[in-house]
Ligand binder design. Sequence first.
Ligand SMILES: Cc1ncc(COP(=O)(O)O)c(C=O)c1O
Length: 365
Amino acid sequence: MIKPQRGMDSIAPYVPGKPIQEVERELGITDIIKLASNENPFGPSPKAVEGVLEALNSVNFYPDGQSYELRQALARHLSVPPDWIIVGNGADGVILETCMAYLDEESEVITSEHSFPMYDIFSQAMRAKVVKVPTKNYGLDLKAMRQTISPKTSLVFVCNPNNPTGTLLRKEEVQEFMEDFPEEVMVVFDEAYYEFAQSEDFPDTIGYLREGRENVLVLRTFSKAYGIAGLRLGYGIGHPQVIATLNKIKEPFAVNLLAQAAGIKALEDQEFVRRTVEAINREKEFLYREFERLELSYVRSYTNFVLVEVKGDAKLVMERLLSRGVIVRPCGGYKLPGHLRITVGMREQNQRLIRALEEVLRETQ
Ligand SMILES: Cc1ncc(COP(=O)(O)O)c(C=O)c1O
């Protein structure tokens, strides 16, 4: 038998939220709602769609491997030089490139016990050792993560706000974490849910780069607030030398032509982002009220999903919800058994979820 490289032995595969079509095929039901992958329920940014339509007739060409125009647009948007930016096939693509460039079998990676699984998967693929630090009240324990850094540590993944718990690390905590932070360790701030967390308290992580630090990489995505998860577009902001290193191993055409066109237009559509965030915040409050009525405890979220504790077997609850056409995410894989992660939908979807959840809880408890 052909054996894969040793790093593959320890990898538990990522289980994505079930696609609607798969549930239709498997259960023979229609009218399904997906609240499992933190997508934008209000659709894609209409300007992004315009961008895709304009670019469609050019797909006989390879995309611009440097994503020149998109990086210019992002640079203007973020007020940083374009050579501080790398765009990727989703933020996932940039996480992969970072692991490829900075890890080997000698390295240790620090992440949180309950955080985004791709950090583990890509680190293990590079044969690095992943060290998981317990959370505190569902949030990342930055003090403990800082204390865990050893001479072997190469990368620290700080997911803020955190997936799957939705918790936020505030400016002061991050500032303390960054004081005397070892120069030879890279800290990756994964801000995939940044747009939902905007507040005075949000740490200015790009500011660390402006101060001249080399060891900070900030990740963001167009998959959530901009609503173009299906196109796969994310980006990293880092020191130009780090970006140059990542570019060495980047696939030549990792970011497709339609995604680049959509990204440029989506950035002009801040009104769409604003309306999305406003609606999600309103709907989160609706869900909180309903969870309280059902006497379920939940974690207040700075994202477009909510972690809720369903007393008992969360997988069974998920399966029963599925049979009623509602897809949610059980969190056993995130080491949070008894919890569901539920993407905030539109009002009718949220109402349907709550009706189904109420029925299922009555059946199972
Ligand atoms: C914390 C976090 N980082 C990164 C990603 C990946 O984002 P993208 O769709 O840009 O690959 C996700 C997607 O769910 C996420 O939750």
